[in-house]
Design a protein around this ligand. Sequence first.
Ligand code: TRP
Length: 336
Amino acid sequence: MENQAQERKKIIFSGIQPSGQITLGNYLGAVRNWTQLQEEYRCIYSIVNMHAITVRQDPAQLRQRTLEAYALILACGIDPEKSIAFIQSHVKEHAEANWALACYTQFGELSRMTQFKDKSAKNPDNINAGLFTYPVLMAGDILLYQTDLVPVGLDQKQHLELARDVAIRFNGQHGNTFVVPDGYFPKVGAKIASLQDPTKKMSKSDPNPRGCVYILDPPETILKKFKSAVTDSEAQVAYREGKDGINNLMTIYSCVTGETFEQIEKDFSGKGYGDFKAAVGQAVADHLAPIRDQYARLMADKAYLESCYRAGAQKASRIAGRTLEKVYKKIGFLPQ
Ligand code: TRP
């Protein structure tokens, strides 16, 4: 028994919204870690298109972006044989869990969510109920799979806390039903900043388009963006407080080449920032080239993509269905 428990691989769940292109920041901060977790854990990854409609979406574009996001996580190295990769709306249990769990979540708890407050301030003409209950849907995503660990960025920590609270509350009322998930924060958290304003997170909404690198950017674009990266006037490649621009470039370089900061400082001592920026740009372009190629191959083979997301949804639904059945029984829904 004990052995069996030890051998059970821990379950990881994470989701990414199909909101346009994946940035270098998303990739180094999240998606790349997802691929590295596949050996050690039972990984389940979802393109969360149901979360996406809490803000207005153009239907054709949402469809396209969902497929692109799915292809992109495979291109980054999510292996659909090793992990479960699926599209959220294909697994009906998510919508059902959302309702059940909403009845175990307090209005006051949801009112305190900072993302809700931020997003409603940004979209004052569309503060819909889905935006408000977004964290409940997310709790369902996580809890349906009896997830042990959830790799998320700091911006999602509060939502994860809520998922834990809901799980604990439900378990408390009905007996053990859900695994209470923990956050998974990688040891070396790669937080990538804007190339134009290195005090800010790299983001699609950067006012300067050169601040944000996309993983599908062609090599020339990548080189150009890095060449125009903001640095400082010291002309010394060293990781130190106050050198946000250089620190950011060193982090990126280290992530894609595996070199330590000391090695980098040694390799570039006596060289100018121009050389360093060119080297970082080239290293990023080289690192991303195979992903870009694989993405193009996948997008040219829709039938293969379809077979992957269908199989993924089937596998996900089997697990989610078991949990939901338990939940319905405990709540007191009359079985069919
Ligand atoms: N809300 C997350 C984000 O915007 C995406 C997400 C949805 C998610 N469901 C999840 C992340 C479940 C982790 C686990 O980044």
